[in-house]
Design a protein around this ligand. Structure first.
Ligand code: IMP
Ligand code: MG
Length: 178
């Protein structure tokens, strides 16, 4: 285990098994249709890469990146889109793929933004959810794991852009935060 991690919350094997189950749920819901996954950079990359390879339907994918405005405007729920999808999504089945839902601000904004482009549907798949932290209500269609309010890293999740490459989800030692 990495020396900065105090404990493994979700092991590599647990992630692998849950990702396969999610793929079955997604196949059941989109049966006979084609879907487009939109990964939210950068945290969703390992989850998106593993998930799409378990889905036996036609899947295309693209990416978006967002950054939150400062604390002062955070309550408005406004997030800035720093990288947008490149193609037309009208009439498409869109699945937003995210690493973690915390307050819900990012995804509620993104969902509304994408819906305005006229897709057939916009749904959400998240690896992790911290339901206790929710500020903006949002319906999540596919959740990997609901977790307690702890700061976690690994499998895409970072602290100061580090630890994204850990194959498991772990809890950071408090001294790492300083
Ligand atoms: P929300 O808009 O508050 O739902 O923000 C979700 C974003 O917060 C995620 O995409 C992560 O970038 C970040 N985040 C929230 N909790 C954690 C955590 O425990 N570890 C790492 N990043 C987190
Ligand atoms: Mg993120």
């Amino acid at each position: 285990m990495h020396p900065d991690i105090s404990s493994v919350l979700i092991s590599e094997e647990e992630i692998r098994s849950r990702v396969s189950q999610l793929a079955r749920e997604i196949e059941a819901l989109y049966e006979g249709r084609e879907l487009m996954a939109i990964g939210i950079l950068k945290g969703s990359v390992p989850f998106l890469a593993d998930l799409i390879r378990k889905i036996s339907l036609p899947v295309s994918y693209d990416f978006m990146a967002v950054s939150s405005y400062g604390e002062a405007t955070e309550s408005s729920g406004i997030v800035r889109i720093t990288y947008d999808i490149t193609g037309d999504i009208s009439g498409k089945e869109i699945l937003i793929v995210e690493d973690i839902i915390d307050t819900g601000r990012t995804l509620s904004h993104l969902k509304a933004f994408l819906k305005a482009k006229g897709p057939a549907s916009v749904r959400i798949a998240t690896l992790l959810d911290k339901p206790d932290r929710r500020v903006v209500p949002i319906s999540v269609d596919f959740t990997g794991f609901s977790i307690p309010d702890e700061f976690v890293v690994g499998y895409g999740l970072d602290y100061a852009n580090r630890y994204r490459n850990l194959p498991y989800v772990g809890i950071l030692k408090p001294e790492v935060f300083h």
